[in-house]
Write a protein that binds this ligand. Structure first.
Ligand code: FES
Length: 133
């Protein structure tokens, strides 16, 4: 892996709690979610199946595997569902859920410093990589 950079994406108050918020950073379109404890998750806005804008799908929980005649809803606030074909992905890891376990979406760490949210570990721009050499 080459040099990386951190990119500020805004004051944390600009991110409504529990809602998907799309930002552009480091050449990616990224869906960012702020949780009620002011932690964040960020996931690329591109489905690995056929390229849909993943983060325009629903965000919430999902039906869990369960015994016949039982219905269990869970994983609230951790599942992104693709708007095109309904594949579901774990917001924190990008891993496909259940039958889509071989697919994965890129995720990005987010840190908060002095009230500002930062995407961390993004590939550094080419000019910055040249400066580091
Ligand atoms: S493009 Fe996302 S599930 Fe098909």
């Amino acid at each position: 892996m080459g040099p990386t950079t951190d990119i500020p994406i805004g004051n944390i108050d600009a991110f409504p709690i529990g809602k998907m918020h799309i930002v552009q950073a480091g050449g990616f379109e990224i869906g960012v979610v702020r949780h009620d404890d002011d932690s964040f998750h960020a996931i690329r806005n591109r489905c690995p199946h056929k390229g849909a804008p993943l983060c325009q799908g629903s965000f919430g929980g999902t039906m869990l595997p369960s015994a016949p005649s039982e219905l269990h809803y869970g994983l609230e606030q951790t599942v992104v569902r693709c708007p095109w074909h309904g594949y579901e992905f774990d917001l924190a890891t990008g891993q496909g859920l259940f039958s889509n376990q071989t697919m994965r979406v890129r995720t990005f760490p987010v840190s908060v410093r002095d009230g500002i949210a930062w995407l961390t570990g993004l590939p550094a721009p080419a000019r910055q990589r040249d400066d580091a050499a």
